[in-house]
Design a protein around this ligand. Structure first.
Ligand code: G16
Length: 562
């Protein structure tokens, strides 16, 4: 039986005593985790991410930083996820989760980068003392921080977890190792712990129960169908597979007929290979091992199940992608409708907004602003940026085109929903649906499993087939390419990553190229998770889009002498 639904807690006790000082503990633990001299690291789009074999020293320092962060926040629990998400099997990474389940506060990313690049024990000690002093943290108060840690299914995950725990031990931090989880499950648990269970029960079972209860309540009250929902999921051979299997088998089998493909999570070499959300979105084609039936819905997760894309083949067997933009438009339209059918006190005050990045297809942005008449905000890539913008709305829908995203409900809206009096059955229905969806969607971070359930339930309520969903607007042909350059950090951007300021002159050349193509748009930015520069292009026709993409890729290469 695969390791699926149980959380194993290796220790809920302090991993070490606080009797020894930080200096002594660091001295005792540092030597095996010294940084190799020739390497340098940056806290990128989603934490540190690179070849797993180079990450030991980094995760050790992240353990120290997480301890400081927890102490700084008066002992609130911080999450540490060991994952490289969509990256290939040989990579790994680490990211920190703040107390409400959100990504690490941006100002601390610089501290993380600084610590990760120090080469000696003395330097690490001095930097930690300096940080502690600047931040008002008492290293010798005998009060330990609190951290929970988990990992995806990568081969390197266990060793990196141990190295991280060594970093935590230097400060006597209490750590609970939840072992194999999806990234969003860990975000959920962090929030549950810090809200003393108000967000949900502090366990993986609690996560399944929260999602499945909301799904069941909506299905039983608002879905009119005699047949079960059908879905096939490509799990990218990652940890989302066994988790989805548990949820659907043990909690939702009455409502959903599911099929899992690419579910070999115990074979780490298969992770994300020919499968998964990134493969499907980037190549705009089916993953391995799916033989599609026309007009049936399929979904792909990524390696740690924090993003999802959908697709189907039409009656002419043409592949059609339903990506993050399509999810955003589906949900924004659904909420707009529900809010308009709510009591006036709610419909007149509730601000709905959508947050996208430069990768959003131009047609989706037009559809949201012109047809749905919902405001759109554009941020740089990275859920950490989108999340903060979405929190400014009462219902903030945020999705990156690659399938990362969720919906945030403001506290004021949630309390209004609890107290407002409906005067018609339709108003009652709208209020109830909004309440249940706020429980169904994982508001801490984009979550492939929770997003999947939300999309399935919305489609069922609307009685929409995949092509009904797809019809709302037509994507402009688009292409996302990668260019490998000697140093991607020379590519610097402004204006939510839509314009380059470096290399000098390149933006003008791109603008020139774009102006030649009907409906053309293109931008270039350095990836924060892979050693590559990403080139996005869209244009009115497929052939123009391909040409524009090629032209801009060539410009990128020649700008760095390739
Ligand atoms: C991470 C981030 C996403 C981002 C993606 C690609 O996703 O969480 O917000 O869109 O990286 O980023 P970049 O273009 O900078 O490489 P994941 O799924 O890899 O954790």
């Amino acid at each position: 039986m695969p390791h699926t639904n149980t959380i194993e807690i290796s220790s809920d006790q302090p991993t070490t005593t606080t009797a020894m000082s930080f200096r002594d503990q660091l001295h005792a633990l540092y030597a095996p985790h010294q940084k190799p001299g020739h390497l340098s690291f940056t806290y990128g789009t989603a934490g540190f991410r690179t070849l797993a074999s180079t990450l030991d020293s980094v995760v050790f320092t992240v353990g120290i930083l997480a301890s400081l962060r927890s102490k700084y926040l008066n002992g609130q629990t911080i999450g540490i996820m060991i994952t490289a998400s969509h990256n290939p099997p040989q990579d790994n990474g680490i990211k920190l989760i703040d107390p409400q389940g959100e990504m690490l506060e941006a100002s601390w990313e610089a501290y993380a980068t600084k610590l990760a690049n120090l080469g000696t024990e003395e330097e690490v000690f001095a930097e930690v003392e300096r940080l502690a002093q600047n931040l008002g943290i008492d290293l010798n108060d005998g009060v330990s921080g609190n951290v929970i840690i988990a990992r995806d299914s990568r081969e390197s995950g266990l060793a990196l977890t141990k190295a991280t725990i060594d970093g935590l031990k230097t400060m006597g931090t209490k750590v609970t190792d939840y072992q194999l989880l999806t990234t969003p499950e860990l975000h959920y648990l962090v929030k549950c712990i810090n809200t003393q269970g108000a967000y949900g029960e502090v366990s993986e079972v609690g996560y399944y129960k929260k999602l499945s209860t909301a799904f069941r309540n909506i299905y039983e009250n608002f879905v009119q169908s005699d047949s079960k929902i059908q879905i096939t999921i490509d799990a990218a051979n990652g940890i989302g597979g066994p988790k989805a299997e548990t949820l659907f088998t043990e909690y939702l089998s009455q409502y959903v007929d599911f099929q899992l493909v690419n579910n070999q999570y115990q074979d780490p070499q298969a992770l994300n290979v020919g499968s998964g959300a990134d493969f499907v979105k980037t190549n705009q084609k089916l993953p391995n091992n799916i033989t599609p039936e026309p007009l049936k819905l399929y979904a792909s997760f990524d390696g740690d199940a924090d993003r999802v894309v959908f697709y189907y083949v039409d009656s002419n067997s043409v592949f059609k992608l339903l990506d993050g933009d399509k999810i955003a438009t589906l949900l924004a339209g659904f909420f707009k409708d529900l809010v308009s059918k709510s009591p006036a006190k709610l419909s007149e005050s509730c601000q709905i907004g959508v947050v996208q990045t430069a990768y959003a297809n131009g047609s989706s942005t037009n559809h949201i602003t012109d047809v749905l008449q919902v405001p759109v905000v554009c941020t740089p890539t990275g859920v950490k940026h989108l999340h903060h913008e979405a929190a400014k709305f009462d219902i903030g829908v945020y999705f990156e085109a690659n399938g990362h995203g969720t919906v945030l409900f403001s506290e004021s809206l949630l309390s209004l929903l609890q107290t407002i009096e409906p005067s018609t059955p339709q108003e009652q229905r709208s209020i109830q649906t909004l309440i249940e969806i706020s429980n169904l969607i994982n508001q801490t971070v984009g979550d492939a499993i929770s997003d999947l359930l939300t999309v399935l339930i919305v489609l069922s309520i609307k009685q929409w087939t995949p092509d009904n969903w797809d019809e709302s607007y037509t994507d402009l042909p688009n292409r996302l390419a990668k260019v490998i350059v000697p140093d991607r950090h020379v590519f610097k951007t402004i204006n939510a990553e839509r314009q380059l300021t470096s290399p000098k002159g390149l933006q003008l050349q791109i603008d020139d190229a774009v102006s030649k193509y009907n409906g053309g748009r293109s931008f270039v930015r350095a990836s924060g998770t892979e050693d590559a520069v990403r080139v996005y292009a869209e244009a009115a026709s497929k052939s123009e889009c391909e040409e524009l993409s090629k032209e801009v890729c060539e410009l990128v290469k020649s700008s760095v002498g390739l």
